[in-house]
Design a protein around this ligand. Structure first.
Ligand SMILES: C[S@@+](CC[C@H](N)C(=O)[O-])C[C@H]1O[C@@H](n2cnc3c(N)ncnc32)[C@H](O)[C@@H]1O
Length: 336
């Protein structure tokens, strides 16, 4: 079993099989392409699932390295991402090497059944939103541009950020900001928001937050507040948990799952699931004291981007990559 990771613990930008610059487009610049390709691919002729297709950068890198008979299935909630990736990879769409599904990775089991894929060699997650989604003011993801308080990644949910901000009770609002933004001033900011209603757009919401938190801390707090609303609108953490559980049945023994997290809530879920096979972080042991888990962890510590990559792509600053290999055991997750 190959336990040595390519490029040491910090990836191998520029030294691997692909040129990372090739995959950055105006839509999105994928993070740590070489690390993804080198860890995820175990069988060049295998089947791979990119659960967060975005602009198709990682899928593109995988398809460049994989053999002609390999397949990549790309999933995204956002129909715009599907259109962009299909346009970019049209030759692979035509040849059948690249298949897209507009859906939520929370439904990975159902998507696999409907698309008829199983015994997968690798599954990739690159959580969060794409640069393109952030760049479109009307989608409401960014506090820097004026846009409606929407924040839906796709049209599979009716809940919007506006509904949470303008209609939810103070208690519910506070718990969203606290739980999904890990914001210590959640109570004060929730009270300010309730007092400022109606709040019609992102800039107005940002002003309410800035009145409470001035100075150099303001951008961090704003990011946390916007993150909290986005995570709740899209029920992101539930989707991650459901998808991770599904990977266990979909991967063949020796197949790998790689997850790229951008904040501690995502990373904690992945870390626990790879280490213990559950989300509580509690080791289930057999009679002999061996931890019962479907995984062999490939990254004892999360992999991060080096300074060069961070300079070229600021989004890489917060990435944490964890990877695990499906063991040939019958151990299945104990939580859902
Ligand atoms: C960071 S971007 C991925 C970028 C991509 N790796 C690339 O190279 O262009 C994350 C993408 O995942 C999608 N996404 C987030 N949560 C999702 C979910 N639960 N199901 C499906 N797609 C999701 C977003 O719509 C977004 O397009």
């Amino acid at each position: 079993m190959n336990k040595s990771l390519p490029g040491g613990s910090r990836g191998n930008k520029g030294m691997g099989p692909v040129d990372p610059l090739k995959y950055a487009t105006g839509y999105h610049a994928p993070v740590l392409c070489n690390t993804v390709v080198e860890i995820l691919i175990t069988d060049p002729a295998g089947t791979y699932v990119d659960c967060t297709l975005g602009g198709g950068g990682h899928s593109h890198a995988l398809l460049d390295v994989l053999a002609p008979e390999a397949t990549v299935i790309g999933i995204d909630r956002d129909p715009e991402a599907i259109r962009e990736a299909r346009r970019r990879l049209s030759a692979d769409v035509d040849s059948g090497r690249f298949v897209t599904v507009n859906g939520n990775f929370a439904d990975l089991t159902e998507i696999a059944r409907a698309t008829e894929f199983s015994d997968v060699d690798g599954i990739l997650f690159d959580f969060g939103v794409s640069s393109h989604q952030l760049d479109i003011p009307e989608r409401g993801f960014s506090y820097r541009d004026s846009g409606g308080l929407d924040m839906r990644m796709g049209d599979d949910t009716n809940l919007t950020a506006s509904e949470i901000v303008n209609s939810w009770s103070y208690e519910d609002l506070r718990s969203v900001l606290y739980e999904y933004g890990e914001e210590s001033r959640a109570g004060l900011i929730a009270r300010d928001i309730v007092a400022a209603r109606p709040i019609n757009d992102t800039v107005q919401l940002a002003e309410v937050v800035r009145r409470r938190v001035r100075g150099p801390n303001a951008p961090k707090v704003l990011s946390r507040i916007f993150q909290a609303l986005r995570v709740r609108v899209n029920d992101e953490l539930t989707a991650i948990r459901r998808a991770l559980v599904a990977t266990v049945s979909l991967l063949k023994p020796g197949g790998r799952c790689l997850a790229m997290s951008y904040h501690s809530l995502e990373d904690r879920i992945v870390k626990r699931f790879f280490r213990y096979g559950n989300f509580e972080g509690v080791a289930q042991k057999d009679f002999y004291g061996n931890v019962l888990t479907p995984w062999e962890v490939l990254t004892r510590r999360p992999l991060t981007a080096d300074d060069e990559e961070i300079e070229a792509n600021p989004r890489a600053r917060s990435v944490r990559i964890r990877a695990a290999q499906r063991l040939a055991t019958e151990a299945t997750p104990t939580t859902h």
